[in-house]
Design a protein around this ligand. Structure first.
Ligand code: ADP
Ligand code: ZN
Ligand code: ZN
Length: 811
């Protein structure tokens, strides 16, 4: 007898597997999906291990396989286990990341008659049992639901159990079917013989109905039905022309099912590799060697280079190198909707060999794409963080573009994984090469290159020579001076002047304001002093209800001061403006300019990213106002001015990554200006012009930013020198949250002392930055130490708690 360790699709399973016996005659492999009995239920499970011994004494048997072939590769099985252990997530949540879309469904029970039923047993059936037997026999196989509908639930279930018990019938299980609606498109074809069509075309031409004649002749030349869109394009006719021919009975529309192509290749011209610059070549050589496994270590590369330095070209050529070896790649992008240019470049270099995964596809389409990937139809899969789990066979290359982006961390649901760390783990398990690309690498990533864990490759200059496209000039405006000069507008004199001038010259302007500008912080308008917690260095937040200032890390509370602790001014202000307010002010400052706002309130609809960008690119607006979305990789040559309305909104967040975040945002936004021959200028407004993150961003100087930042991290014992874990409890009752959190703190301290761990800080409990979210209160405990998953693993987390290992934000 062999046994299987199965990850079961049940909430109570948590992080463990269950042992099942493998019945003889059932062929089971690691990674296979199976039906297993679980209490009274039949559930889905995935086999993670096969062994000659069961882990427990009493085992039940696996009922059946769900799919004949394994769904997960052995490497994926190990990856799922690692994710569950590292992020302390339920095992099946980790496994589910790798299952085909729509796989998690209910089991449907079917009943059929056993071959050659025993005549003696048959003759002993009650009339009721016989009725059921005959019914099932007539159908061959029948759903239990169907039987229940015909006979009543009770009668159907009892009879089936009795028939199965007597060996006359068997049950089998299938997944509820997915509702897939295949995509159909209209095709046009002739409804008459070719010769007749030609004759008619000639007649139409005589009658000077030229467009109908053209369309008809075109169709007469085709051997097969033609997609309507193609016919329309090639003959430049409208729908009414085709309709007219339809009415005359000459042509006919037909709906034909098509295999959906994830990318429209119509407007894409194939490209070939560019000749690499010397700097690119140097970087590429190291990557190529790793892909060919000339050198085994390290296999993680940080490709550090400003926007336009040629990183994407290196990804493309690395992939070509991979394909040469009959291997494949996965490319992750921070957000599909914001990266159309990257996707187009891959599609044009590898026509029809690119799979795109994103949530806009219907479940059926996602399933289709998953299956085609598994069948090896694509050289590369491109998608957001979840694309990392695509069943790409023969994986040899993983690219994370803009590796510093926080969207790579799944925050809203379990498992709360970071795609960068998981990618590196997957590479370790499969021997793949990882390229992390960024203009502003995550401080932790850069630190790893300094430690020799990853290999640093640098592209110091833009590919287009410096004279033609220099990095833009950055001017930092001290908003305190503006106030002293009596200017209370959110536009400094410089920014107002530059904006007016640019708009008047027919150029375009981007005004950037971090979305989180709504977050409150308290600042002295005279000297710029921001109130911070003395213990944690983070900004204090105003709580309206109690009218006090609170530290969201340690729950330190203090009354709102009447005068500034530094300069004794009475100008203490609660700050926070959003993009809407900005739009209002901009309109009154510049009444002649055409505005366009771009933030998540506006882009809920499907195509709106494209629409807004299209509008702006077509110069149907002069000023684009937006949140961090405008900072992403857009190439807008007419933009000559980028104004950062307030650099302080991200700088003053109560989070130790606030400096890093600000540097990244400012660098990215600054990169938007001067992308065309007109050159560019950036204006950053701030109350803290001396802050190192702002200074470094203004000078496009990553190295000096990194040196400062890593120094602070070391000093304050923050990552990458330690690890963090964030425990959050949420409930509708605030007092209960506090009690539960205190209890958990006690439990954690007990564990820490029992294990004698000195280097473990517990911070909090305290209300979360977003104390109340969707009607629920949230309290947090932050742990700072090393090897936190191992420490936390044995501590049971009651319902209401969530856990986030290596959180990207503490808010
Ligand atoms: P990044 O990904 O760092 O922003 P890209 O790869 O997009 O940089 O390159 C910036 C621009 O330079 C693109 O228009 C690209 O086509 C072009 N480019 C990149 N490498 C070369 C090269 N070796 N020769 C000529 N043009 C190049
Ligand atoms: Zn504090
Ligand atoms: Zn002051």
């Amino acid at each position: 007898m062999r046994y299987a360790e199965v990850s079961v699709n049940s909430l109570v399973a948590q992080r463990r597997t269950f042992s099942y016996a493998i019945p003889s005659g059932l062929s089971i492999e690691v990674g296979q999906a199976v039906w297993v009995p679980f209490g009274e239920k039949i559930l889905q499970g995935i086999v993670l291990e096969i062994s000659p011994y069961p882990a427990v004494e009493e085992t039940r048997e696996i009922i059946d396989v769900i799919e004949p072939h394994p769904l997960l590769s052995p490497a994926q099985v190990m990856l799922a286990r690692w994710i569950s252990e590292h992020y302390l997530s339920p095992l099946f949540d980790a496994v589910a990341l790798m299952l085909p879309p729509g796989f998690e469904r209910k089991a449907l029970t079917f009943v059929s008659i056993t071959p050659n039923p025993d005549a003696r047993v048959l003759s002993s059936l009650s009339p009721e049992q016989r009725q059921v037997f005959v019914l099932v026999q007539k159908q061959g196989k029948i759903g239990l639901k169907e039987l229940e509908k015909r006979l009543g639930k009770k009668k159907a279930q009892t009879s089936v159990t009795q028939l199965v018990g007597r060996g006359l019938a068997v049950r089998s299980y299938e997944l509820e079917p997915v509702k897939i609606s295949p995509k159909r498109v209209p095709y046009l074809r002739l409804n008459v013989a070719v010769s007749q069509a030609r004759e008619m075309a000639a007649k139409l031409r005589e009658k000077r109905t030229i467009k109908q004649a053209n369309l008809l002749s075109f169709l007469a030349e085709q051997s097969e039905p033609v997609p309507w869109t193609e016919a329309r394009q090639k003959t430049s006719c409208e729908k009414s022309v085709a309709d007219a021919l339809c009415r005359k009975g000459l042509v006919i529309f037909q709906q034909i099912e098509v295999k959906r192509e994830p990318i429209s290749y119509q407007d894409i011209t194939p490209t070939s590799p560019l000749k690499l610059t010397a700097a690119q070549q140097l970087a590429f050589n190291s990557i190529r060697d790793a892909i060919h496994r000339v050198k085994a270590q390290p296999n993680v590369f940080l490709l550090h280079g400003v926007t336009g330095s040629g990183k994407t070209e290196i990804y493309l050529q690395a992939l070509a190198e991979t394909v040469k070896l009959s291997k494949r790649g996965i490319v992750l992008v921070p957000e599909i909707a914001l990266t159309p240019q990257t996707i187009e470049r891959f599609a044009s270099r590898f026509p029809h060999r690119v799979a795109i995964l994103h949530s806009k596809l219907s479940p059926g389409e996602q399933f289709d794409e998953w299956q085609r990937i598994k069948d090896g139809e694509f050289d590369v899969v491109i998608g957001p963080r979840s694309a990392l789990f695509a069943p790409q066979p023969e994986l040899r290359l993983i690219v994370l573009d803009e590796e510093h982006e926080w969207t790579y961390k799944q925050q809203d649901k379990s498992p709360r994984y970071h795609a960068r760390d998981v990618a590196i783990k997957l590479a370790e398990l499969t021997g793949a090469v990882v390229i992390l690309g960024s203009a502003t690498p995550d401080v932790a990533t850069y630190y790893h290159t300094r430690q020799g864990d990853y290999c640093l490759l640098q592209l110091l200059e833009r590919v287009v020579p410096i004279e033609k496209s220099p990095l833009p000039q950055v001017e930092v405006i001290d908003l305190r001076d503006e106030l002293k000069a009596g200017n209370r507008s959110i536009f400094s004199r410089s920014l107002a002047h530059a904006t007016t001038k640019a708009v008047a010259s027919g150029e375009q302007v981007i005004l950037f304001l971090n979305r989180r500008g709504g977050a409150t912080f308290i600042q002295c308008r005279s000297c710029g002093f921001v109130l911070r917690c003395r213990r944690c260095e983070v900004t204090l937040t105003h709580h309206f209800a109690e009218d006090v200032l609170v530290c969201h890390q340690c729950n330190y509370k203090t009354p709102v001061p009447q005068i500034c602790p530094r300069c004794s001014s009475r100008q203490i202000k609660f700050l926070g403006i959003g993009t809407q307010k900005l739009e209002q002010e901009a309109s009154s400052t510049l009444p002649q300019a055409r505005m366009l706002r771009w933030d998540s309130d506006i882009t809920k609809r499907k195509e709106s990213h494209k629409e807004i960008l299209g509008k702006f690119r077509a110069h149907r607006a002069d000023i684009l106002i937006g949140t961090q979305m405008v900072a992403k990789g857009l190439d807008l040559p007419r933009v000559t001015l980028v104004g950062v309305v307030s650099a302080d909104t991200s700088l003053n967040l109560p989070d130790f990554r606030a400096g890093e975040r600000t540097f990244q945002l400012l660098s990215q936004v600054a990169g938007r200006a001067g992308r065309g021959p007109l050159g560019g200028q950036v204006i950053i407004q701030t109350f803290s012009p001396e802050h190192y993150a702002i200074q470094a961003a203004a000078k496009h100087d990553y190295a000096s930013f990194y040196d400062k930042e890593i120094g602070y991290r070391r000093q304050l014992r923050n990552p990458p020198f330690t690890q963090l874990a964030l425990l959050t409890y949420s409930h509708t009752n605030d007092a209960l949250c506090q009690r539960e959190s205190e209890k958990m703190r006690g439990r954690l301290i007990e564990e820490r002392d029992a294990k004698g761990i000195a280097e473990l800080n517990l911070i909090g409990p305290a209300p979360a930055f977003f104390h109340r979210l969707r009607g629920r209160f949230r309290w947090q405990i932050i742990l700072r130490g090393t090897e936190l998953p191992a420490f936390l693993s044995p501590i049971p987390l009651p319902q209401g708690w969530t856990i986030d290992i290596d959180p990207v934000t503490l808010l």
